[in-house]
Write a protein that binds this ligand. Structure first.
Ligand code: B12
Length: 211
């Protein structure tokens, strides 16, 4: 088994204690941090998602795998973020109301920080009113990123985008959306300004949106 496969297996199996050491070994072997992230950690979440869908594992197993994933991301962070000092202004990010998934959001936040944004993270299960308050409290913020991981919380994403427009804030901020069930078509339909399917493109598209 390759080192990256070992990492994916350990994360999918929730073996939090060994993930850090395996990542150190992979980095020492000269494997790129982005490959460890994509083919090790993110791939593990797909494995876990499939196992959950097939009824082979349940929420507790998914949760321990998520913890192992977070541990791995922490370990990789210094090797991924570019260490750029913030210059592009504030980026408000959050997971919409009813949704507790934050791994992807956190990765996006990390990439944005590495690209020069100052990230204001509202966390998970964020009601639209809280997003609006945050935009008002940060008049220098020019972009908001919202995520939904469940088909059942996609309507909450639509509501959040509509609420921002109804609050008259669309001339202050651009909105970029993402999350596994979200598509460019859905983003267009709900009136978002941008969509990105992964953390790296989230950073580059966000820069274009505010250029
Ligand atoms: C880990 C996990 C959990 C963990 C979450 C822990 C945490 N802190 O996040 C826990 C155990 C809590 C959980 C709970 C549930 N989960 Co869950 N979960 C997952 C799992 C396995 C991985 C998600 C993940 O982290 N992926 C890795 C990250 C990196 O990918 P990502 O989030 O898609 O993010 C990338 C892009 O989408 C994009 N992106 C993300 N955010 C943003 C934001 C912006 C602005 C942009 C531009 C881009 C962007 O960039 C990211 C990086 O590349 C997925 C399976 C899967 N394949 O996605 C199921 C999954 C999402 N869960 C699912 C379900 C059903 C649930 C529960 C309802 C289960 C239950 N019966 O209770 C609950 C719901 C809880 C709630 N109210 O939210 C289903 C959803 C099905 C559906 N169609 O809606 C999935 C798909 C599993 C499945 N195959 O059935 N889950």
């Amino acid at each position: 088994m390759s080192k990256i496969q070992e990492i994916a297996t350990a994360v999918a199996g929730g073996k939090m204690k060994i993930v850090g050491g395996l990542i150190d070994e992979a980095l020492a072997e000269g494997i790129a941090a982005t490959d460890i992230l994509n083919e090790g950690l993110i791939a593990a979440m797909s494995i876990v998602g499939d196992q959950f869908k097939d009824g082979q594992i349940y929420v507790p197993e998914m949760l321990v795998a998520a913890r192992a994933m977070k541990k791995g991301v922490e370990k990789l962070k210094p090797h991924l973020a570019g260490g750029v000092t913030a210059t592009l202004g504030k980026f408000i990010i959050g997971t919409v109301e009813g949704d507790l998934h934050d791994i992807g959001k956190n990765l996006v936040g990390m990439m944005l920080e590495g690209s020069g944004f100052e990230v204001v993270d509202l966390g998970v299960d964020v009601p639209s009113a809280k997003i609006i308050d945050a935009i008002k409290a940060n008049p220098d913020c020019r972009i908001v990123g919202l995520t939904a991981l469940l088909t059942t919380t996609m309507p909450a994403l639509k509501d959040a985008v509509s609420a921002i427009a109804e609050a008259g804030l669309k001339n202050q901020v651009k909105i970029i959306v993402g999350g596994a069930p979200i598509t460019q078509e859905f983003a267009d339909k709900i009136g978002a300004d941008g969509y990105a399917e992964n953390a790296a493109s989230a950073a580059s598209i966000s820069k274009k949106l505010i250029a």
